[in-house]
Write a protein that binds this ligand. Structure first.
Ligand code: SAM
Length: 395
């Protein structure tokens, strides 16, 4: 008999053999018991998953856990991440998402020439899907009509939505765009505004509809495009941005590092003394500059470059870090220890690299605020906001 006694960092159940060896059992919950591969005791926290592809599709890992427990799991995951680096800060409860389902504004579907779907966990086996319960209703409308086209030369389909607007990008094996054109006929029949793109040989080609859509949040107007990073859950993203704004004061000279298409930089620019965004992707910086112009934000400057190189020559007393999963480069940490800004605001989608980076700053900074946000319901992923304040400016 195996008894699940823990939930791992990837949402998997963990049992222990008599030898003490950990056994990882995805889709089982603490308290559950298994005999001969069959479940003989079911957790009170187990709920019926809403998605029929659950346990086959690699997209979601926690649909079988009730939402309250999933939030507690995420809070604990952040605590455990810090513990690995010998830190035990106060971690506030995980802020829930208003939508547990249909929240994603972006979905990347894989295609094998015949079927579209998502990969199984840790594999490149395709699970064909006809709907995705965590993607927006608009993205689901598109999935339905994708079934009607010939998928022969398609590798990937990237779907993005904002209200009634969708952007569809086909990654192709060759330069035969016939399908992308036929797809327009299908999409015209459903009540959505659209933009269709084809990507082949490192070239992104606009094919039909509208190239971008005007979006407005926090009184900032910007163009929603398919060549910049956007957070996938708008409602939770807005909660995080509001919280960040509450830590900004008018005297702050801010660097917004890893700034993407610049929405957060712009929101901060309405309150701070000045803001400099740093973003490595050219098209994202271009979008950030369009946004700056559109909103007449004179105190906002956008730099296209690598944070580890650009930070060195900038003067600032507050920095926002929002890096990819790998966290920040050691050179960035060195520059921060050297420049000692009074505030570091760190947004992270990977609590392990967040804890690692904060542990490297711990001699000089205190953790003032640490809170997980449920940006990715039904999955084991968690977004975390940390605010650090300088202990004393000793060099
Ligand atoms: C997690 S996203 C955050 C974007 C933005 N802060 C937001 O809230 O939408 C990380 C961004 O960092 C950019 N990036 C990755 N490595 C970078 C680097 N070394 N220097 C600057 N930007 C980088 C990516 O292109 C991406 O736009």
């Amino acid at each position: 008999m195996l008894k699940i006694d823990d939930l791992g960092m990837n949402g998997e159940g963990i049992a222990h053999a008599e030898s003490g060896k950990a056994i990882f059992l995805p889709f089982y919950l603490p308290g559950e018991e298994l005999e001969d591969g069959k479940i003989i005791k079911v957790s009170n926290f187990r709920v019926k998953p809403k998605c029929s592809y659950f346990m086959r599709c690699g997209g979601c890992s926690l649909e079988h856990l009730n939402y309250k427990s999933a939030l507690e799991y995420k809070q604990n995951k952040v605590k455990l991440s810090f513990k690995k680096f010998k830190l035990e800060p106060k971690v506030l409860p995980c802020v829930p998402s208003e939508k547990e389902y249909f929240y994603r504004n972006k979905l990347t579907l894989k295609c094998d020439g015949e079927k579209i779907g998502l990969y199984e966990f840790n594999s490149h086996n395709l699970v064909e899907i006809a709907a995705c319960k965590i993607a927006s209703e608009e993205i689901n409308k598109i999935i339905r009509i994708l079934k009607e086209i010939n998928l022969k030369n398609i590798l990937e389909i990237i779907l993005q939505s904002y209200k009634n607007n969708v952007l569809v990008t086909f990654k192709l094996k060759d330069n035969n765009f016939k399908n992308t054109i036929l797809f327009e006929e299908k999409i015209k029949k459903i009540a959505l505004n659209y933009g269709i793109f084809a990507y082949f040989n490192n070239n992104l080609i606009f094919k039909a509809g509208q190239e971008y859509f005007l979006k407005e949040e926090f009184n900032i107007k910007y163009y929603f495009t398919n060549n910049s990073f956007y957070q996938v859950n708008d409602e939770v993203k807005n909660k995080i941005y509001e919280k960040i704004l509450s830590f900004i004061s008018p005297a702050d000279v801010v660097v917004d590092a890893y700034s993407g298409s610049g929405l957060l930089s712009a929101i901060i620019a309405r309150k701070a003394k000045s803001v400099t965004g740093i973003e490595i992707v050219k098209s994202a910086t271009k979008n950030a500059n369009v946004l700056k112009k559109l909103n007449n934000l004179k105190i906002l400057k956008n730099i296209n470059g690598d944070t580890k190189k650009e930070l060195f020559s900038l003067n600032f007393n507050t920095i926002i870090l929002d890096p990819p999963r790998a966290g920040v480069d050691k050179k960035v940490i060195e520059t921060l220890l050297n420049k000692q800004p009074s505030k570091i605001i760190y947004v992270s989608c990977n609590p392990i690299t967040l804890a690692r980076d904060i542990s490297l700053l711990k001699e000089v900074y205190n953790i003032k605020f640490l809170q997980p946000y449920d940006m990715f319901p039904e999955t084991h992923h968690v977004e975390t906001l940390a605010v650090l304040e300088l202990k004393t400016a000793i060099k």
